[in-house]
Write a protein that binds this ligand. Structure first.
Ligand code: NDP
Length: 330
């Protein structure tokens, strides 16, 4: 049996660039996107005909919880073998909004896509992932593999790093979670129930992604599943920044390449994600893998120290339980 990896958001950037290495390592891939038509066209343009045969496309708009449920049902029905490794990659970042965009369920949209959609997907697929084969065949060789979930985190959600303390518009912080507690519907748009700040809404959603990794690692023993996150580096030229001012889009990659030296190519970022999601050396639970903020050739990945806002047991339990309620799992 060939191993199966599911990844969300493969139409551009990191997700698109994770496909090739996954296929090269010998995996079969389920690519989850909001438009199959676009996802297939883009995959056909960047992969060989042989490679595309090993990619299966599933259409899910992560902003819509009904769509996530429908798509997960389709996954569970269509694939006769369980998923060995799940990668939560898709995201939206809209720092210039004046008012929050709302998901079909009425939630602030970046939290809905980046956190709620993935959270529900993880929970609906968990049993399937846990039941996946421990012995799989990769490139003709039998390999032992523990089920795995990998989530894309970021430096701007980690207050322990300089990049996590940038006050534009504010560092990530879930506060007392009163926004979640009070239902997270209009007029509420932030997890802490305070005024809408679009850039912070993205950072908060990524903080929720990283908090979820910590909490899942507590709820599911490491003997059963490895859950971790990573920061692949600053991939400053992806479409993630499509809604920033053009001058920012022009200057940001230059700044990251020559000043901070944090810049990482989309190709290298994709390779890093594929490795964290499948290589043995990354099979350590609740680790946030990083290659640092200043890229150095040959530097090995390390376990990045995380802020209290991510690892605090009370926050992670509350965030997890409230999210469960909001996505309709309780
Ligand atoms: P891109 O914008 O290039 O890719 C985002 C992907 O998410 C696209 O495939 C997009 O599809 C998909 N997506 C967006 N909304 C939805 C939705 N509602 N349903 C399903 N899929 C959706 O961004 P990156 O490659 O830069 O980002 C990938 C991940 O890496 C994100 O989680 C991001 O937070 C993280 N990251 C990125 C960094 C960077 O510097 N770029 C740094 C650290 C982390 P579509 O084409 O349909 O919009």
């Amino acid at each position: 049996i060939k191993g199966l990896v599911l990844i969300t958001g493969t139409t551009s950037g990191v997700g698109l660039n994770t496909l090739k290495p996954l296929l090269r390592f010998g995996w079969e891939v389920i690519a989850v996107n909001r438009s199959n038509k676009r996802a297939i066209k883009i995959a056909e343009e960047s992969l060989t005909k042989e490679e595309v045969k090993n990619v299966h496309f599933i259409e899910i708009d992560l902003s819509n919880l009904d769509d996530v449920r429908k798509g997960c049902d389709e996954i569970l029905e269509r694939f006769k073998k369980p998923i060995n490794s799940l990668i939560c990659n898709a995201a939206v970042y809209k720092p210039r909004l004046k008012r929050p965009e709302r998901s079909p369920q009425g939630f602030e949209n970046s939290m809905a896509v980046n956190h709620f959609g993935h959270f529900l997907m993880i929970n609906l697929l968990m049993e399937n992932i846990l039941s996946s084969e421990r012995e799989i065949v990769l490139n003709g060789k039998s390999t032992l593999f523990k089920p795995r979930i990998t989530v894309l985190g970021t430096v701007t959600a980690n207050y322990s790093e300089l990049g996590g303390r940038i006050p534009i518009p504010a560092p990530a912080d879930l506060g007392d979670l009163s926004g979640f507690k009070n239902g997270f519907l209009s007029p509420i748009s932030m997890a802490n129930g305070k005024k809408f700040k679009p850039g912070k809404a993205y950072k908060d959603s990524k903080l929720c992604n990283m908090v979820t990794v910590q909490e899942l690692s507590k709820r599911y023993p490491a003997e059963e599943i490895i859950v971790n996150s990573l920061y692949p580096g600053c991939v400053a030229d992806t479409k993630l920044f499509r809604d920033t001012p053009w001058l920012f889009r022009f200057l940001f990659p230059i700044f990251q390449k020559f000043i901070t030296r944090g810049y990482v190519s989309q190709r290298l970022a994709g390779e890093r994600v594929a490795k964290v999601a499948t290589y043995k050396e990354f099979a350590k639970p609740s680790v946030h893998w990083s290659w640092g903020n200043r890229q150095k050739t040959g530097r090995k990945a390390f376990s990045q120290k995380l802020s209290k806002r991510i690892i605090d047991a009370n926050t992670s339990k509350k965030t997890y339980d409230l999210t469960k309620l909001l996505v309709g799992l309780d």
